[in-house]
Design a protein around this ligand. Structure first.
Ligand SMILES: [Zn+2]
Length: 91
């Protein structure tokens, strides 16, 4: 019985390794349906061990330099403006 559990664990080892990957679902499908052919099992294992090709999330940095904040009223004026659009003070 313990041996069967060990075999099951070994069979789904690629899915367990690749569970955090972006193609975890596909790895599991290949593992489940092609794992019994030893070649399919190795493909799933290599896939699970391969580097995740998911691009790193790009952080959006707000561009504050596009305009200037008015020292009088705090309104953000458009870039290149010399006077505040709200109160008329020079920025
Ligand atoms: Zn202003």
């Amino acid at each position: 019985m313990l041996f069967l559990l060990f075999l099951g664990f070994l069979y789904f080892l690629p899915s367990i390794i690749g569970r955090d990957k972006s193609d975890a679902g596909l790895i599991f499908v290949v593992n489940l349906f092609l794992g019994w052919t030893v070649v399919g099992w190795f493909i799933a294992l290599i896939w699970a061990c391969a580097a995740d090709t998911r691009p790193t999330p790009v952080r959006l940095v707000p561009v504050v330099s596009a305009g200037r904040f008015c020292g009088q009223c705090g309104t953000l004026s458009v870039s290149g403006a010399h006077f505040c659009s709200s109160c008329g003070r020079a920025v």
